[in-house]
Design a protein around this ligand. Structure first.
Ligand SMILES: Nc1ncnc2c1ncn2[C@@H]1O[C@H](COP(=O)(O)OP(=O)(O)OP(=O)(O)O)[C@@H](O)[C@H]1O
Ligand code: SF4
Ligand SMILES: [Mg+2]
Length: 357
């Protein structure tokens, strides 16, 4: 099949282009997100992965117009279903949130309302976004969505308050709240980090099944390469507020190009590797945004840099790699680093509690 005969990728539901964020304090102002671009089509899962502080949550909060004080978008476009959320009037934009676009936060206890029962929280959201439903229809939909996320005694749980439920159950309820209005785009920021390993797997399966059944697109934010291997169609690797590598997950795992992606993959256990193989920690400290080094931000930790003065002077642009236009990498030497560790996604140990953080 020639490239022109390949089926076209469906038009993206979400198209983020050149997103830049700046943090301004009383004393200084500096960029924290720079030139972040990605797109997501219906039914797809894109994972954004990176160390703590790389800018994953701020990227997600930008999409939801929920940036904390001091942070503002300085450039870029966030186009959802053909409309730029950055220029759309506030009323139309707010109508999308909680309806077509839903977000699941990391910590269920602080995301749920402690003084409302589970049923009240679900029906409150239905009243706001589907005002024509009758009371009976709202209750029926609330119970239905609780069953959909694997809560067996939904009728009883409707009357429970968050503090009466386990962390795993509360996270399922957050997923139910995200799903209740049939969203087309779900943004999940580390949705299982607060849970223990066995519950993590169940909650992720619930989220994945819900997206598969409804055709929703999923933007999954994680620091855990195991989750990426298990759930993503495509992956974007973030470092110091930039995407440094992006592509289909099988391609990025089998031929990682950026030294940071390689380091992340070497820092997790592989099913097929020698049992004596030592996991490699990524040397050095994550960068501080107010004092980013000149040139490539990864340079102080990069084992491949050696004395290449280019790395210290020029920021590498994200560009398509030689073999695959869908696989992009921001490293001056992406095509010449050699020794590519080839890893199939099925070889990544899952649920290892993310030592890549
Ligand atoms: N409310 C805030 N005020 C000031 N700076 C912030 C704020 N939130 C984030 N930052 C800055 O932006 C950087 C990126 O933060 P972000 O929360 O997006 O990281 P992250 O990749 O989600 O990390 P983690 O994996 O720990 O959740 C942080 O390192 C911090 O310097
Ligand atoms: S541009 Fe240079 S410093 Fe940056 S990742 Fe590539 S080789 Fe390393
Ligand atoms: Mg975060």
């Amino acid at each position: 099949m020639t490239p022109s005969e390949l089926p076209a990728r469906p038009a993206p539901l979400l198209d983020v282009t050149g997103l830049c964020l700046r943090l301004a304090t009383r004393r200084e102002a500096y960029p924290v997100i720079t030139g972040v671009s990605f797109s997501l089509s219906a039914g797809e899962t894109l994972c954004i992965v990176g160390e703590s502080g790389s800018g994953k949550t701020l990227t997600a909060l930008s999409l939801m117009s929920l940036l904390p004080k001091g942070l503002s978008i300085t450039q870029g476009a966030i186009v959802y279903n053909g409309a730029d959320l950055l220029t759309l009037d506030a009323r139309h934009r707010q109508a999308l949130y909680g309806d077509e676009i839903a977000m699941i936060f990391q910590d269920p206890m602080s995301s749920l309302n402690p003084v409302l029962s589970v049923g009240e929280q679900l029906t409150e959201s239905l009243v706001r976004h589907q005002p024509t439903l009758t009371r009976r229809q709202r209750e029926s939909r609330a119970q239905q969505v609780l069953s959909q996320v694997g809560i067996r005694d939904a009728e009883v749980k409707m009357r429970s308050y968050p503090h009466e439920l386990s962390g795993g159950l509360c996270q399922r309820i957050l997923i139910a709240l995200a799903l209740v209005n049939h969203p087309r785009l779900i943004i999940a920021d580390e949705p299982t980090t607060a849970l223990d390993v066995t519950v993590q797997a169940q909650v992720m399966a619930t989220l994945r099944d819900a997206c598969a059944n409804t055709g929703a697109a999923l933007l999954l934010i994680t620091h855990d390469m195991g989750l990426v291997a298990q759930h993503a169609d495509r992956v974007a690797v973030m470092y110091a507020g930039r995407i440094v590598e992006q592509g289909p997950v099988s391609q990025v795992f089998s031929a990682p190009l950026h030294p940071y992606t390689r380091a992340l993959l070497n820092s997790i256990p592989h099913l097929t590797s020698d049992v004596d193989r030592e996991l490699e920690a990524i040397a050095g400290e994550p960068p501080v945004f107010s004092r980013l080094p000149a040139g490539c931000a990864f340079r102080p930790r990069c084992r491949r840099c050696r004395d290449r003065s280019l790395c210290a002077s020029a920021i590498p642009p994200l560009r398509a790699t030689a073999g695959d236009p869908a696989h992009t990498c921001a490293c001056h030497f992406a095509d010449e680093l050699g020794d590519v560790p080839s890893l199939r996604v099925s070889e990544v140990c899952i649920n290892h509690q993310g030592n890549s953080r």
